[in-house]
Design a protein around this ligand. Sequence first.
Ligand SMILES: Cc1cc2nc3c(=O)[nH]c(=O)nc-3n(C[C@H](O)[C@H](O)[C@H](O)COP(=O)(O)OP(=O)(O)OC[C@H]3O[C@@H](n4cnc5c(N)ncnc54)[C@H](O)[C@@H]3O)c2cc1C
Length: 428
Amino acid sequence: MKTLPHVVIIGGGFAGLAAVQALAKAPVRVTLLDRRNHHLFQPLLHGVALAELSPAEVAYPIRSVLSKQANATVLLAEARAVDAENKKIALGDGSELSYDYLIVAAGACTKFLSDDWAKYSVGLKDLDDAVEIRRRVLLAFEEAERETEDLERREALLTFVVVGGGATGVEVAGSLAELSRYVLAHDFRNIDPESARIVLVHGGERILMEYPPEQSAIAQGYLEKLGVEVRTGTRVNELNAQGVKLGADAFLPSATIIACAGVRPTPVIDTLDAPKDKGGRVLVSADLSVPGHPEIFVVGDASSFLHQGGQPLPGLAPVAKQQGLSAAANIVASLYGRQRSNFHYKHRGSLITIGRSKAVANFGWLRLKGFTAWLAWLFIHVCFLIGFRNRFVVTFLWFWSYITRQRGSRLITGQRMNAGPLQKGSTQ
Ligand SMILES: Cc1cc2nc3c(=O)[nH]c(=O)nc-3n(C[C@H](O)[C@H](O)[C@H](O)COP(=O)(O)OP(=O)(O)OC[C@H]3O[C@@H](n4cnc5c(N)ncnc54)[C@H](O)[C@@H]3O)c2cc1C
């Protein structure tokens, strides 16, 4: 009996999952590899980092999502290298997997500018990062409460620097401000959490460059109303265990530095023999395949698609999803000897939330702000979450926190230690 063509998909994120599901009825065997056992809904990750949501509310087991898809097998495994000549993938445990078609949907990871950035700051790309941010932030307040002698150290503990004024940095800064101004406001005896300093540093001339200038200004206004210091046109020139040096300013002591700027494709992309842009993403052909390898597709955050307007498409979930669907459709087209289609991204809008009840939304034909935009943000994000339980719980928790200003996930867990001034005596 003739075996069906084997399609291997690396990554069960937005792009990979969309591709597997689109192949449900195709005459192929599909193997989805992911180094994590869950699909992560990254747009709500800041909620985990700032104690609004628990990890399980923004993630869902991949095996469960695909349990009814008979032609799909899920493997918990890390792809280490792609051998395009021999159509094989080397896995983390030393074994190999052969493919007839390959879709690389391995996403991106935080790009730290130097070893110091990796050591002293924390990024926000996965659940481990989110739990680590939550740990560092909550621990900083706890340590400050106990610091009654060294007031400089206490100030450093209550100073939080968020680097990057893109969507993630803005959402993190807004949520952090809400946490300190409202959620923790009455829980301490020796410190006033409301006095916490939250500094959002952005190298560009305005935050949220992808939005129209008026909407950037509105978002900045919301942040400032929450007490966030927005420093545009400013770069972090240096950082160490004690804090950061911003532009030409004096050194700013800070225990918690959150890096929300800069991403790079996950390392397996480096092993793929393909043209790349300066950010390391694969420059794909118009049908999303790798030039010279029509059997390999690269989609989502790992790819650079220049065939629509000449600029790479943004790293957004809808881009990844649509590319996953398109790559799957092109594999089916090849199987039936039909011509492949060129990818075309349909942008339906951008939304970003700032704190508990404010947002800005840009649908092109309609721009929203304030509470209406926040309702739209909540509705759209909840709709795209996987799992009825998650949708229900997230909606409930957000409304609960809206009414009570409480956050139920204020847990300090994890072992990763910050080398910053959380340790007594290290501010010297
Ligand atoms: C904090 C944050 C907030 C965001 N907010 C928004 C938003 O509001 N709206 C929006 O549209 N977009 C948002 N994004 C961007 C969006 O999440 C990404 O564009 C999208 O996830 C990209 O999808 P992907 O499938 O390419 O990669 P991912 O969703 O990152 O999936 C990649 C998968 O590959 C797996 N993987 C990686 N390397 C390997 C390997 N070597 N072997 C096996 N498995 C591997 C990973 O475990 C992961 O499951 C946000 C991103 C972040 C980090």
